[in-house]
Design a protein around this ligand. Structure first.
Ligand SMILES: Cc1cc2nc3c(=O)[nH]c(=O)nc-3n(C[C@H](O)[C@H](O)[C@H](O)COP(=O)(O)OP(=O)(O)OC[C@H]3O[C@@H](n4cnc5c(N)ncnc54)[C@H](O)[C@@H]3O)c2cc1C
Length: 352
């Protein structure tokens, strides 16, 4: 007989790690299944909004051995390179996902959470009669649980398996990330526009800077390679040309993802509590997808720990998710239109 868990969390990014940590801390029988092995890099700007700082500090969830650059200023340039800067009310700090996710993973283990990393979930089914979830992973092993938290990110094989509607729509965006060493004001987060997208820079730990951009899939196809796209399109903004020409690039090759999709999703589907990007990805220019993943992982864990009946747990989670995030996601989609074209980015610069 396979062991049955109270909750299985699928995907160990921020949403999955936080929910697993909180459930394990409360003595809940929880299993986290993550398809990659920690630690690893992922495409992300790695600017973390201070809205979750109190929670992370209180729970001792920030790695103690690093000084993380505090960000208090926003710098914006339009596609021509003209820039403007403004103070950030709330601010944030830079921290790489390589360091943060690894630390959270260790904290989960310390609290007694069980983790299977390097294991991909292939299918998840809810049996209405027994009220039990059945999961199958690559290699054929199966697992059972009372609850499932879906924290499998912006796009997963499981979205197809679950026939989620957003997966039918193609997305025009790609995401590319580097770590670099360069001359950069570590108290600022910068957003530099180029034709078809925008590129963010902010300092992270150890004097490194994250350079991450959202680009256009069709332009990539037209220019044939990431390097050609950067040279022909991003470098037209003189700020970006400077960073690409005058920095040390620390990765052998960039981290790249396709099909970055900002379509609407649902926070509960097939009785699965969707957390983080699985419930909806906010446009990166808002700079709080990581904070939202942390908060929604916390909400999902709290809903399960409420000990209510399944229908009430689902309703509780859906209501709190909607009140925290629904409007933000809409706003993100709306202001995304002010970026990535010359006219709109000049308008946005003047507005700022
Ligand atoms: C270009 C770009 C820049 C961004 N910059 C920022 C920024 O500066 N600040 C910010 O706050 N947010 C930013 N974001 C958003 C932020 O990265 C995400 O919102 C955040 O990572 C979401 O975390 P998550 O836990 O939901 O998903 P993820 O961190 O993506 O984790 C999902 C995990 O699920 C695993 N998984 C998937 N399928 C399976 C499966 N079948 N079985 C097992 N495991 C599976 C994956 O391996 C992955 O580890 C950016 C996003 C993009 C695209």
């Amino acid at each position: 007989m396979k062991k049955k868990y109270s909750t299985i969390v699928i995907g160990g990014g921020l949403a999955g790690l936080i929910s697993t940590y909180l459930l394990a801390k409360s003595g809940h029988q929880v299993l986290l299944i993550e398809k990659k092995a920690y630690p690893f890099h992922r495409v992300c700007g790695e600017y973390l909004s201070n809205e979750v700082l109190d929670f992370l500090t209180r729970e001792n969830l920030l790695p103690p051995d690093y000084a993380f650059p505090q960000v208090t200023k926003f710098v914006f340039s339009d596609t021509t390179g003209k820039s403007v800067s403004t103070p950030l009310d709330l601010g944030g700090f830079g921290i790489s996902r390589y360091v943060l996710d690894e630390h959270l993973f260790q904290r989960v283990l310390e609290k007694g959470g069980e983790v299977k990393s390097g294991v991909q979930v292939e299918s998840v089914d809810f049996d209405e009669n027994s009220q039990v979830f059945h999961l199958e992973v690559a290699g054929g092993d199966t697992y059972q649980s009372d609850y499932v938290i879906g924290a499998f990110g912006k796009r997963s094989k499981l979205d197809k398996v679950l026939k989620r509607s957003f997966i039918q729509k193609r997305s025009p965006y790609i995401g590319v990330k580097y770590h670099i060493k360069t001359d950069f004001d570590s108290s600022s987060v910068a957003l530099h526009n180029f034709d078809g997208g925008y590129c963010g820079l902010n300092a992270i730990e150890d004097g490194k800077v994250n350079l991450c951009y959202l680009g256009d899939r069709d332009q990539l196809r037209a220019y044939g390679s990431i390097q050609a796209l950067e040279k022909e399109v991003l470098w037209k903004n003189p700020n970006l040309r400077h960073y690409f020409l005058d920095s040390d690039f620390l990765f052998e090759k960039p981290e790249v993802i396709n099909e970055v999709n900002f379509e609407r999703k649902n926070p509960v589907e097939n009785h699965i509590l969707m957390a983080g990007d699985s419930a909806g990805l906010i446009t990166p220019l808002c700079g709080n997808g990581m904070a939202m993943a942390i908060q929604s992982g916390k909400l999902a864990a709290e809903a399960i720990l409420s000990g209510k009946e399944r229908a009430e747990v689902e309703a509780l989670y859906e209501t709190s998710w909607n009140s925290f995030f629904k409007q933000r996601l809409w706003l993100g989609r709306t202001i995304q239109r002010l970026f990535g074209t010359t006219k709109a980015s000049i308008f946005a610069r003047r507005l700022i």
